[in-house]
Ligand binder design. Structure first.
Ligand code: KG4
Ligand code: ZN
Length: 341
């Protein structure tokens, strides 16, 4: 089955062609980062309008790259939520219109299920069951995964998502959006041990997270550095390192707890923050000690992309799922409500 996948939940237009027999044939992405950077975050209306502009050229591009034609496509998959409603509607309308015109089915995909399944596109995919750490700009969740659509939420952030904390901490130090990659880059030149950030909610049982306090801690530290006339370039690097270490260690502690509680030693990390090198290294060390394994997607499939939507959609289409003609999207959509296949 050849599936055309469309991702438009936020600030990336992603398009990909996935073949159930041959794997991923082509994928293309247009990132709107430059468009939103001057505003320090995503402007929803600008995002929607830009998705409209980019979608059809990107579809033509992936068809050309794969040497395929519209008539070869068996089905469409699009992100139906969670995300920005206007942005989601662009992908949903486009997918539904093309599916209607081409006489093929279309399926709406849950964005976080897309992230969760992205490591399946790699050479050594994880096998069920496993624990998944989903860490993106909007979500931080620990989930027990027994199969596609068999999700048990073990814990989640009570306030900011991990990626959101990276973005806000970067912003308060005058860094560009998105903050995750900026902080990760600066942290490489940080002075170890200069600042000690807390590891929120690790001193009590449970698998929930809270990251908003870390951002406040970063703000106070940054203000102290400014007030005392410190070298601000070095202060940025040192805060970036201390902040990143705090997030990474907190996530690692909770992953270890979730694995022990579930009796599993297979961990999948997915979502934008799973591209973070320090996080991967920490988790790999921890899983090594547990004689287990950590799985993640190549960096460009950690952040938003069309390939994960084409893959996840394909699995659901193969199981017989598809939508009716209504164009429906959901800004909020709990992943546990998805049907098992
Ligand atoms: O999954 P994603 O592309 O979009 C959402 O679904 O939210 O995740 C974007 C988030 C942003 O907060 C970004 O700062 C963060 O992922 N991110 C990173 C890294 N690359 C992206 N955070 C830490 N380290 C990175 N290398
Ligand atoms: Zn995402």
């Amino acid at each position: 089955m050849l599936v055309l996948g469309l991702e438009t939940s936020c600030d990336e237009t992603g398009v990909a062609l996935y073949d159930s027999e041959r794997g991923l044939l082509a994928d293309a992405l247009f990132s709107q980062i430059d468009l939103h950077r001057v505003y320090g975050g995503v402007v929803p209306e600008l995002a929607s309008r830009d998705h409209v502009k980019r979608m059809l050229p990107l579809i033509r591009q992936v068809l050309d790259e794969a040497g395929k034609q519209a008539s070869d496509i068996d089905a469409l998959a699009y992100t139906a939520g969670p995300g920005l409603v206007g942005a989601l509607l662009v992908g949903a309308s486009c997918a539904q219109a093309l599916a209607f015109a081409w006489g093929v089915p279309a399926v709406g995909v849950h964005h976080m299920e897309g992230h969760l399944l992205a490591p399946m596109l790699e050479e050594q995919p994880p096998a069920f069951p496993f624990v998944a750490l989903l860490v993106s700009g909007g979500h931080t969740q620990l989930v027990r995964v027994d199969g596609i659509g068999q999700y048990q939420l073990l814990g989640e952030s009570l306030d900011d998502a991990a990626g959101e904390a990276f973005d806000k901490t970067a912003k308060l130090m005058g860094l560009n959006y998105p903050g995750g990659p900026e902080i990760a880059k600066l942290a490489e030149q940080g002075t170890p041990g200069r600042f000690a950030f807390p590891r929120p909610m690790t001193d009590r049982p449970g698998l929930d997270f809270s990251f908003s306090g870390l951002k406040t801690f970063a703000l106070n530290t940054w203000q102290q550095c400014r007030d005392s006339g410190d070298d601000l370039d070095q202060a940025r690097r040192d805060i970036a390192l201390a902040f990143q270490q705090a997030v990474v260690e907190t996530l690692t502690i909770k992953c270890k707890r979730a694995l022990k509680q579930s009796g599993l030693n297979s961990l999948v990390i997915a979502g934008g923050v799973s591209a973070n090198k320090a996080l991967r290294e920490h988790l790999e060390r921890m899983l090594g000690e547990m004689k287990g394994k950590v799985f993640y997607a190549r960096p460009r499939f950690c952040t938003d992309n069309g390939a994960m939507i084409a893959y996840a959609g394909c699995q659901r289409l193969l199981a017989g799922q598809h939508e009716d003609l209504a164009i429906k999207v959901q800004a909020r959509w709990p992943m546990e409500s998805l049907p098992a296949i």
